[in-house]
Design a protein. Sequence first.
Length: 327
Amino acid sequence: MRSMDPRTLRYYLALVQERHFGRAAARAHIAQPALSQQIKQLEAQLGVQLFERSTRRVEITGAGERFAEHARRIVAAVDHATADMAAFAHGSVGRVSVGFVGTATYDVLPRLAHLARRELPDIELQLRGELLSPQLLDGLAAGQYDLALIRPQIGPEQDVSDGKRREDPTITLEPLRTEQLLAVLPTAHPLAASETIDLAALSDETFVTHLSDARSWMHHRVLEACARAGFRPRVLEVGETATLAVSVAAGLGVALAPEPVRSLGLDGVTYLPLQTSETVELLLAQRETGASAAVAAVADLVRRVCGEVVPRGRGPHPGHVGDSSRE
């Protein structure tokens, strides 16, 4: 048995609706003789009579009523599939997985989720935060993530001048924004009431840092900033930014963290701008090929979110602390 053309089913349903060949032909935008021929071929294909015909009226048979139920479902499924594929090609449906380093977890992630829910409601977003940049890059290469918000990496692969990751040229890196590093102090610290702070004034403090992993960019940046200020700090290494912030609040030391660390509230922490600017980059990483339109649409939202101006403020009050990520 040859397959049925959805157009034939539409012609059939027009006749079911109109019960008149002339009106059904007009409704289906087909000549009446052609419609009659299509219905005869359909009956022959099914081996049943679908209509009782007379000179004055067309009556549907029991078999015709039963087949009409199938035809409606088939036509509806074809219409749904067509619309769904058009939406997929346009980037308004699909599934997109995005991973985030720490501070982006509490700054970019919630705003991206809100914007996507409003503008791309039919895209299923899978969001994972509080991850190390090396983990995110490895997951991206393995297909676990479609997009990743990361920090630059230590070594030759950190060069993104041509948009390629040296370690894996199949991954492209795009700078999203530059973030200021802030000094994170306990609110009881003698310098906590200052408007700004000279990093050298903290040379005798213990610095709470991320782990000194071979590819830990944030640990590297803290040591680099302190070296420019003329000292090498004592360090207390922790695995997550949340632990870093809690350790500062507990008086175990001070820290340097990207400005979006403010997005996570924690009592007992103060943020101070540095008198000599120190910055870190936030990058968007994705595979060079094979991205769907949905991935491209979400990437555009990420760029918009990262381009927004977020209200700034030093916030010496309790409840303004960093985020629980591992960068």
